[in-house]
Design a protein around this ligand. Sequence first.
Ligand SMILES: [Mg+2]
Length: 392
Amino acid sequence: MKIVAIETLVCHARMRNWVFVKVVTDQDGLVGWGEATLEWHTRGITGAVEDLAQLLIGEDPTRVEFLWQMMWRQHFWHGQGVVRATAIAGIDLALWDIVGKVHGVPCHELWGGPVRDFIRLYCHLGGGNMDTFYNTPVDEARRFAELAEQAVAEGFTAFKAMAVPPTMPLEGLKPIMMAERCVSAMRNAVGEGIDIMVDCHARPSPAMGRQFAQALDPLGLYFLEEPCWPESLDGLAAIKQSVSTPIATGERLTHLAAFRDLFAAQACDVCQLDITHCGGFSEARRIAALAEAHRVALAPHNPQGPVSTAASLEFGFSQPSYLICESVHADVPWRADVVQESYQLDKTTRTVKRNRKPGLGVSINEAEVRKHPFQQEVLQRVFYQDGSVGDW
Ligand SMILES: [Mg+2]
């Protein structure tokens, strides 16, 4: 069996252009699907996949690790840059999809079979609607509470909110109190039985992150995400040591050695590796083994498209330390038209039973994808009050 083509299909989904990767074989009808979505770098990704394709055309698609090593190590540059790591991931996912189809089993059965009966989903406030999640003002605590109630009414037992505003390296009490009021309002609205996560989006400095973490600590968050830049391992570790709230991070790391440094610094309790940015299943499985050695739990980052979700679920059914699947269901109304998924979703509990179809169990409707061609993603930029550049 040989790879004869590697194609990208771009599907504009408002905040993101989903980039689907299709690996075509010389076997009649046998293709693999992956996803290499990288918001605001869509042109770079499609070019990076094209650059990697020249290494793989004519090769046996079932030699996944051999091909992964070529993609990572050849052409001189290693594959840790986010564009290339994402392109590698998209192709790697498609190769594993092919291997599953060759053997007639879902991906998770290739790795030892299911380790659990179901996976719990969590949502973004507003279901992934960009404006609701990112642009609800943190001085509107009541609105946060309403959105939290809506998530619970939709069956979710866990949700994530952006309740921490952008801040300069140091600011006074006001943003801390606004965040505290938002989370208090959500906790009062949904009670103790619902898990609340807060994403700081790596906006705070370590000094501000520590203050946010301590203010929110009594409110029993399931986890506090990216309380400072991922480059500040010491800052993350200091924040983690100052609170009992579990600290989550990892969505911006792209390779095994970066996670080695994160775990060695004892800087997180929850590893949010992004399977579509850190080299696909092949590298994610190595990162998961390393996390297991440090007793760090897994909650992969997954706000992208439907192939990324299928990949997170296949991974989750094979990984003992996997906690919960991030899910987006209201980003675009035609999400289900573009892809047919094979996992079983119970909307009353927002839990998922495993896919029984080969590979990732997804099929992409290419005609539907073509209805949503590339458009520039909506720019998201932050400037502080004095005009200096901030983190979105
Ligand atoms: Mg995040």
